[in-house]
Design a protein around this ligand. Structure first.
Ligand code: DGL
Length: 271
């Protein structure tokens, strides 16, 4: 048993997709979330910068005495996880491996699409991972740099025409390719999964990497005997590196609960 919280981080709002699933599959676990809203997006930055930001994000979470970490950012996972995982003193899980595994399990025509940040697509990490599960799968990746800023701006409505047309332009080559499975390889994208689903159509399965990582976390904590056995209601607290309001208004809509009073600003450069 270990009653310390689980740490989750992302460059901004995207990691809330993992938080939402964690609350469902592990309702007794406390969560400490960090969204690096002062430095989002990570996806257009160099690998060196993404590694440095990831190290600082992990250092902050460790200062909160957490028992395990989900790197709930596709970009940090694909560019920095291999570099930081050996020195991390608590179990740490990324979002790419469980998502690649799930995609390999469910594709029927072995054509898998991947959307992600430029840094994630450039890393080639998803191709390497999926190949380990099924080397016959053909993966087609598309970088979608405009989606993260739009989601961070709160443009998440299914009726938002600018969002729809932007996403449609990115997804058209994947539709033409005939993929039957689409990995939403940046954790911001499942926040607009209804828009992505409308465009791809019912026949295409959408993979949510944050949710897959949350399910993996449940299995791993059980195997390591690190689950929480406390009786009281679980607590979540959210930390951000810039103005709180910009984060809380969209986070509250996505999570379906008001997070105004449990969101705190910190100085990430301090870590
Ligand atoms: N949610 C992050 C990801 O999964 C967004 C990356 C960014 O900040 O550009 O890749």
């Amino acid at each position: 048993m270990d009653n310390r919280p689980i740490g989750v981080f992302d460059s901004g709002l995207g990691g809330l997709t993992a938080v939402k699933k964690l609350k469902e599959v592990l309702p007794g676990e406390d969560i400490v979330y960090f969204g690096d809203t002062g430095r989002v997006p990570y996806g257009g930055r160099s690998r060196e910068t993404i590694i440095r930001y990831t190290q600082q994000d992990i250092a902050f979470l460790l200062s909160m005495d957490i028992k395990a970490i989900i790197v709930a950012c596709g970009t940090a996972t694909t560019n920095a996880l291999d570099y930081v995982k050996d020195s991390c003193p608590v179990p740490i899980y990324g979002v790419a491996d469980p998502a690649a595994k799930r995609a390999a399990e469910i594709t029927k025509n072995k054509k898998v699409g991947l959307i992600g940040t430029e840094a994630s697509i450039r890393s080639g990490a998803y191709e390497r991972l999926i190949c380990r599960y099924d080397s016959d799968i053909e993966m087609t990746g598309v970088g979608c740099p405009l989606i993260v800023p739009m989601v961070e701006e709160g443009r998440i409505s299914r009726d938002d025409k600018i969002l729809y047309h932007t996403v449609e332009e990115y997804l058209t080559p994947l539709k033409e390719k005939g993929v039957d499975t689409l990995i939403m390889g940046c954790t911001h994208y499942p926040i607009i999964s209804d828009v992505i689903g409308d465009i791809m159509g019912e026949g295409v399965a959408l993979i949510d990497p944050g949710a897959e990582a949350a399910k993996l976390m449940k299995e791993e904590l059980a195997a390591l005997e690190l689950l929480n056995d406390q009786e009281r209601q679980a607590l979540s607290v959210y930390y951000v590196s810039d103005v709180v309001y910009e984060f809380t208004k969209t986070a509250s809509i996505f999570l379906g609960e008001n997070v105004d009073d449990i969101t705190i600003r910190i100085d990430i450069e301090h870590y």
